[in-house]
Design a protein around this ligand. Structure first.
Ligand SMILES: Cc1cc2nc3c(=O)[nH]c(=O)nc-3n(C[C@H](O)[C@H](O)[C@H](O)COP(=O)(O)OP(=O)(O)OC[C@H]3O[C@@H](n4cnc5c(N)ncnc54)[C@H](O)[C@@H]3O)c2cc1C
Length: 375
């Protein structure tokens, strides 16, 4: 065992949340070490669908997501890198009158709260934006600022920018034990000990295990959302596409390939870092795509994969301070929509560490929100 490595902050997890946190900390001159058990971007942050979505966010997340969206639009300049971000808009398609009613209630709710970024489309406007949409589709809703980015490039961009500002990333370093010694956290891997005043848990699908080491219990689960990508097709869709009430989402990249998602889940084995695909669910995802876009009948699926993702029962992440330990912070369980939030989460963690608070309302994301209240 070599000498203890010291820093102001230790971040556990080299996904987009850990890498963004390291970037923002280093930018403010705070020394930071990131411990990653595998390699940076190896898990959800490197293999996700790249959707940069503000549309349809849970109300609790809208402010965070709006701030993150603003950052995505300037991120390549900020990080001096190519994240692959493209602002293409995102349209959720309404298949029938019931879907339109859902959109009308949502519109009323959003306008009542002062949010106007989701704009309803009638059938003709939908067809103008998506000429290949199926005849039965009756309208939709669009968020103009939305789009996609390339996940692996984006996460690496944060890592490289963080390293340029002095952050240290240690790969192949699995955190095995966490102890409080005086005012410091002492963290052990198989070969090394690390010491810091502050500790940030960005451990993705393994974050509940880290939480327990810090003293916080949390009803987190994990799963393996799946994706598939086609061979190149003639260009037919510029916006990213979702459906109001069906598990469908897809985007056509500039090279013509179409990435199809929608939340279908395979089988997760986090102890072994692996997942297995559920081919019957993938097939029904492909059928949904054909139902909304008949041109997809000609698609040839080229590759399918899945990644490990953490979920909370309410599908909202855990973001904020530990409730049991001083100087410990959590950012995990993004429930299959955390990539878009990445840029702002690093800023939130840095504010919590350096200023003790965040400008965002983090109450809905408290780690102890499921604890039974004692009356
Ligand atoms: C297939 C799929 C599609 C998705 N599509 C989208 C999308 O279109 N848009 C969107 O916004 N979001 C999407 N998501 C969700 C998004 O990818 C995640 O919410 C986000 O990447 C989570 O980032 P993270 O940094 O918290 O986790 P991760 O990327 O999982 O990073 C956590 C890291 O912690 C490390 N770690 C864990 N335990 C330890 C330990 N003991 N010691 C050291 N390191 C440890 C892990 O190895 C891992 O690298 C999707 C997810 C998947 C799987």
């Amino acid at each position: 065992m070599t000498a203890i490595r010291k820093s102001d902050v230790l971040v556990i997890g080299g996904g987009i949340q850990g890498s963004s946190t390291a970037y923002h900390l280093a930018q403010r001159g705070i020394s930071v070490v990131v411990l990653e058990k595998d390699t940076v971007s190896r898990h959800a942050s490197g293999v996700n669908a790249g959707g940069i979505r503000l549309l349809g966010r849970n109300i609790a997340e809208v402010e965070l997501s709006k701030a993150a969206m603003h950052m995505w639009h300037q991120l390549d300049d900020e990080l001096d890198a190519d994240t692959g971000f493209r602002a293409r808009s995102l349209i959720n398609v309404a298949a029938d009158e019931a879907d339109l009613n859902t959109l009308r209630s949502r519109e009323q709710q959003m306008h009542g709260l002062g949010y106007f970024h989701e704009v309803m489309l009638d059938q003709q406007e939908l067809r103008e934006r998506l000429p290949h949409v199926a005849d039965h589709c009756v309208g939709g809703v669009v968020s103009e600022q939305d789009g996609y980015a390339i996940p692996f490039h984006s996460t690496q961009a944060f890592r490289i920018a963080a390293e340029r500002k002095g952050a240290l990333f240690c790969e192949g370093e699995q955190v095995q034990q966490i102890r409080k010694v005086g005012d410091s956290w002492l963290v052990s891997t198989a070969t090394q000990q690390y010491q810091a005043e502050h500790l940030v848990n960005c451990a993705g699908a393994w974050a509940d295990l880290i939480s327990v080491m810090i003293g916080d219990n949390v009803p987190m689960s994990y799963s393996a959302p799946m994706l598939m990508i086609t061979a190149r097709m003639p260009h037919f869709a510029t916006p990213v596409v979702g459906a109001v009430s069906r598990p469908l989402s897809f985007k056509q990249f500039e090279n013509g390939t179409v990435l199809i998602g929608g939340g279908a889940k395979g089988f997760a084995d986090r102890a072994n870092n692996t997942t297995r695909l559920d081919y019957s669910l993938l097939a029904s995802g492909a059928h949904n795509a054909i139902e909304f876009f008949p041109i997809m009948k000609t698609a040839c699926i080229n590759r399918m994969w899945s990644g490990l993702e953490a979920y909370m029962p309410d599908n909202l992440p855990v973001i904020g301070k530990s409730v049991r330990s001083e100087n410990a912070y959590h950012a995990f369980a993004f429930s299959a929509h955390g990539f878009q939030l990445g840029p702002v989460i690093g800023q939130v963690m840095t504010d919590l560490i350096s200023e003790g608070s965040s400008r965002f309302d983090l109450d809905p994301f408290k780690i102890n929100r499921y604890e039974r209240k004692v009356l």
